[in-house]
Design a protein around this ligand. Sequence first.
Ligand SMILES: Cc1cc2nc3c(=O)[nH]c(=O)nc-3n(C[C@H](O)[C@H](O)[C@H](O)COP(=O)(O)OP(=O)(O)OC[C@H]3O[C@@H](n4cnc5c(N)ncnc54)[C@H](O)[C@@H]3O)c2cc1C
Length: 250
Amino acid sequence: MATIAELDIQLIGSTSFTKPEGVQWDTEASDSSAMVEFAGRACYETWDKPNPHTAANDAYVRHILDVGHLTVLEHSSATMYLRGVSRSCSHEIMRHRHFSFSQLSQRYVPAEEARVVVPEAVLKDERLTQLFLQTADVAYEAYGELLDGISESFAHEPNAVLRMKQARQAARAVLPNCAETRFVMSGSLRSWRHFIGMRAAEHADPEIRRIAVQCLGLLRSEAPEVFGDFSITALRDGAEMATSPYVSDI
Ligand SMILES: Cc1cc2nc3c(=O)[nH]c(=O)nc-3n(C[C@H](O)[C@H](O)[C@H](O)COP(=O)(O)OP(=O)(O)OC[C@H]3O[C@@H](n4cnc5c(N)ncnc54)[C@H](O)[C@@H]3O)c2cc1C
């Protein structure tokens, strides 16, 4: 029987900021938020913080959002490693063109285990969950048979790695949309804000919305000043969504 893959997202990389020598400016903010303020102040060399209303890093970042000077957010970046994501959801995520991705290869890594992501709407119902898992089993059984059959037809190929690759790349065509995938996702904080603004919204697909909300939580810990304007609320079904007053500007 297919097993259910659980969503797991970890922040594995973020910006490191080193204040250059000879600049009389300091901040208590995290590296990622400090980088944003530094980039903004570098445009006008306002190292002495002449405006008391934007002296603190969070107020400065809020001002950046107010005036739409969003390019300064591009100097800080964050990298996540995501597991337990369906192939269909990963396809939606990878439509966001300002991110870099490295995804688990179905051509090189065989789907030895049937690991699938089950939509929340299905999981609520025991009978539908069983139906879902049985259907996935059929696809994975066919995958295994195709793998064996295609490998045999390439028996003349002396290179075993190539032989298996040819078998996997053809057999994977029957793997379902719910098959688990894993990938590394890197982008600037501007890109992350845009992604969260679009995908943590109520109308987004529940799986990508859950991912966007979890990414927001991780990014908030890393750069609270840059993501503090988002508020997380519960929808009627208990799922979480996030919005920001700046959402139309990101
Ligand atoms: C509710 C919903 C339903 C959807 N349904 C479908 C669907 O049925 N079919 C489908 O194919 N897709 C669908 N999509 C995906 C959608 O079309 C986008 O591909 C995806 O949301 C990425 O959005 P984006 O282009 O704003 O983001 P990104 O690629 O992250 O780009 C961010 C921003 O950069 C700017 N930008 C990026 N590239 C360019 C460019 N080439 N020229 C000018 N500006 C650029 C734009 O301002 C853009 O908003 C859907 C998305 C949502 C949220």
